[in-house]
Design a protein. Structure first.
Length: 317
């Protein structure tokens, strides 16, 4: 008698996806309490269901350390798989909603303030000329990695590579921070003057300049931390340091002659800004494009990446 092998084959074992979702959030927030706050449910309920998941798998998924948790090897492996599962799930829901509603394709971009305000607009203009039907949205720059992992943003422009293994980081171009002051003439004269400036001035000279001028820093951590590290390493003590909300506020202060600031060179285009002290004072920094691993890029995202790579002076693979 002939048997149907496909009918008799054992169905692959599946986890309880509600339990998996709770475990994923516990691992993501690093604590049961953090997951409970995010999901608006009780800690005992989460602990009970995650424990049931661990028992069904026959292994411990995490150990407690104070108020936080540490994933075991099995827990880290499960978290990686869960991350891919729920990312694909979010992609599927969005695709169905767009199809059912007849909506155009959407591209959501997150970017750190300097890139968002001074470098990205020209790239977006070029993108919309070739993809006019795409709904482009700019997400907040806070919690960029979280937004990429959950699918809230499709791509991000950052000033550092991602820490999460679920994300892929690609360097775009070098964007060192240069000490800027008010230029003496027009923006055009400033650009011409920059090519004639001496580049042999020392850190000591910059220290002298900053000892007589206030240093403006943005509240944004990515623009503040490299500068403070540079000052500490070189034992430079500005006359005073003033923190401003937003990069534009810092730029305006410098243009008005009220202090100096370390800014990416691209910020000075068309502005009344000029470098102080030459290239030797530059603080190394790189612009990065960051995306989620394991997610198929959409045609709009591929087109946007091609524009970014061309603008950065190199073609993609």
């Amino acid at each position: 008698m002939k048997t149907d092998d496909s009918a008799s084959a054992e169905t692959p074992r599946q986890p309880n996806f509600n339990h998996l979702w709770l475990f994923y959030n516990v691992a993501r927030f690093g604590s049961v309490s953090g997951a409970a706050r995010s999901l608006r449910t009780s800690q005992p309920s989460i602990s009970r269901q995650v424990r049931a998941l661990a028992e069904s798998l026959g292994t411990e998924l995490y150990v407690r350390k104070g108020r936080t948790i540490l994933l075991t090897d099995a827990g880290r492996l499960l978290f990686d798989h869960a991350q891919r599962i729920f990312t694909l799930g979010a992609d599927a829901v969005r695709a169905i909603q767009e199809q059912a509603g007849g909506r155009t394709a959407r591209l959501t971009i997150s970017a750190v303030p300097p890139l968002r305000d001074y470098w990205l607009p020209a790239r977006l203009g070029e993108f919309l000329r070739v993809q006019p039907d795409v709904d482009v949205r700019c997400g907040p720059h806070e919690d960029i990695e979280e937004r990429l992992v959950t699918g809230a943003s499709d791509v991000a422009l950052a000033d550092a590579p991602a820490a999460s293994g679920a994300l892929f980081s690609e360097p775009l171009f070098r964007a060192p921070l240069v000490l800027m002051g008010k230029s003496a003439g027009s923006p055009a004269a400033s650009r011409a003057g920059r090519t004639r400036r001496k580049e042999r001035e020392t850190t000591e000279r910059i220290g002298d300049v900053l000892s007589r001028n206030p240093l403006r820093l943005p509240a944004y951590q990515g623009g503040r931390e490299p500068v403070t590290n540079y000052l500490n390493e070189n034992r430079i003590r500005p006359s005073r340091i003033q923190v401003r909300e937003g990069i534009e506020g810092v730029v305006r202060c410098v243009e008005e002659g009220v202090g100096l600031a370390f800014l990416p060179a691209y910020v000075s285009e068309g502005r009344r800004l000029a470098p102080v002290g030459g290239e030797i004072t530059a603080i190394p920094l790189t612009a990065w494009v960051v995306m989620a691993r394991g997610r198929n890029p959409t045609p709009p995202l591929l087109a946007f990446l091609a524009i970014l790579r061309r603008a950065a002076g190199r073609e993609g693979p």
